[in-house]
Design a protein around this ligand. Structure first.
Ligand SMILES: O=C(O)c1ccccc1NCC(=O)[C@H](O)[C@H](O)COP(=O)(O)O
Length: 379
């Protein structure tokens, strides 16, 4: 598994095909001796030695890395950041063996992540990192997901729409019997969606990477978000290789160092990272990470499924000033059904919304967009 915390050497994390060490055990690293220094752009000026440059790298100097060097496990580092989702770090074990060690998963999100660890290990075994990196490098250039949201917000005066191609979900079960992802994607685009979100998780959402590839190949021009549970860099390269322009990074799952590491990979690949938060602790963590441009506030707790749009309002009342100062664009996610819901999150300060259920359940998901916003959206 190649998250930053389980990577063999963070300093060489971009090396093609770097071997993935087993497990999430604490590991000594050669970067431990680098001193802390104020963050500066990672660029060697004429007088900077490479060590000075590395010492300014906030990822290499992250508190987590120091904790890790001092023998803390990935789960205890995560817990120290308020992350309740545990990793089993045993991708070759059966779920039965994992449950014998850790007990039953505490909630659906933890269960999804435990399955995902096994799924990613299987994916890596079938298609090694080097291969997905090469495939990502050969993919057609990425589209500007962030720019499309910004432009649509200016154009329409209502939050830009990220319309979700979603067949089923753990909280609602099957949302649409007659599910044709390309038809739905085209209808969303025609009716003014700025970007699309394509669920790729098979087990819990009945999505697939095939759907993502089909939508990309269909002539749809909207930038595409790969809606996945990312825990490993392999998934980001894989998403890019299949035509994704953006990926979702969930703060309830990923420690800060992983978010920083994955943000770098996204930047290298020209992709946008949508960083999802649900509560104040997650928001504070994410606002302390350099380079975050897009934050999604999920109104749905992924642990309990409770949906409450007041969550967006509460978090923006507390953190709106700092978000505006940093020029971060906010997406309101989940549980939006009516023009009043959209107006409510817009007044709270969001510039974009991510909507699945209320569109995909309608007979004509494209026409449903005007119903959701109370007006037609233009491209
Ligand atoms: O939708 C779920 O039940 C769910 C369960 C566990 C993890 C994630 C889940 N959903 C992901 C999302 O956040 C939504 O698909 C997205 O925000 C759209 O929400 P909605 O408009 O309510 O379908």
């Amino acid at each position: 598994m190649e998250s930053a915390l389980v990577s063999r050497s963070v300093g060489s994390s971009f090396a093609a095909g770097a071997a993935a060490p087993r497990g999430c055990l604490p590991r000594p690293s050669r970067v431990a001796t680098l001193s802390r220094a104020p963050a500066r752009p990672l660029r060697a000026g004429p007088k900077d030695s490479i060590l000075e440059v590395l010492a300014q790298d906030d990822m290499l100097n992250a508190a987590e890395l120091v904790q890790w060097e001092n023998g803390k496990s990935v789960n205890s580092i995560a817990a120290s950041q308020g992350i309740r989702i545990r990793r089993h770090c045993r991708p070759t074990a059966s779920l039965k063996e994992i449950e014998e060690e850790l007990g039953a998963p505490h909630n659906i999100l933890e269960k999804i992540i435990w399955d995902k660890e096994i799924e990613v290990a299987e994916g890596l075994a079938k298609k090694p990192l080097k291969e997905v990196m090469e495939a990502a490098a050969k993919a057609p250039p990425s589209r500007d997901f962030y720019g499309a949201l910004e432009a649509a917000y200016k154009r329409n005066g209502v939050p830009a729409l990220i319309a979700e191609v979603k067949k089923a979900s753990p909280s609602r079960g099957l949302l649409r019997e007659n599910f044709n992802p390309v038809e739905i994607a085209k209808a969303y685009e025609k009716n003014g969606a700025a970007c699309l979100s394509i669920l790729t998780d098979e087990k819990y959402f009945q999505g697939s990477f095939e759907n993502l590839e089909k939508v990309r190949a269909s002539g749809v021009k909207c930038p595409l978000l790969c809606k996945e549970f990312v825990i490993d860099k392999w998934q980001i390269y894989n998403a890019r290789s299949k035509g994704a322009d953006a990926v979702l990074l969930i703060a309830a799952v990923l420690p800060d160092l992983d978010i920083k590491y994955f943000l770098r990979i996204c930047k290298e690949l020209g992709m946008t990272a949508l960083i999802e938060v649900h509560d104040e602790r997650e928001m504070e963590r994410v606002l302390n990470i350099n380079g975050v441009k897009l934050i999604g506030i999920n109104n749905r707790s992924l642990e309990t499924f409770v949906v409450d749009t007041a969550n967006t309002k509460m978090l923006l009342e507390k953190h709106g000033d700092s978000i505006r100062e940093k020029g971060i664009l906010v997406v309101g996610e989940s549980g939006l059904f009516t023009p009043d819901d959209v107006a409510y999150v817009q007044n709270a300060g969001v510039s974009a919304v991510l909507v699945g259920e209320s569109l995909v359940k309608q007979e004509d998901p494209g026409r449903a967009i005007a119903g959701l916003f109370g007006k037609e959206l233009v491209h």
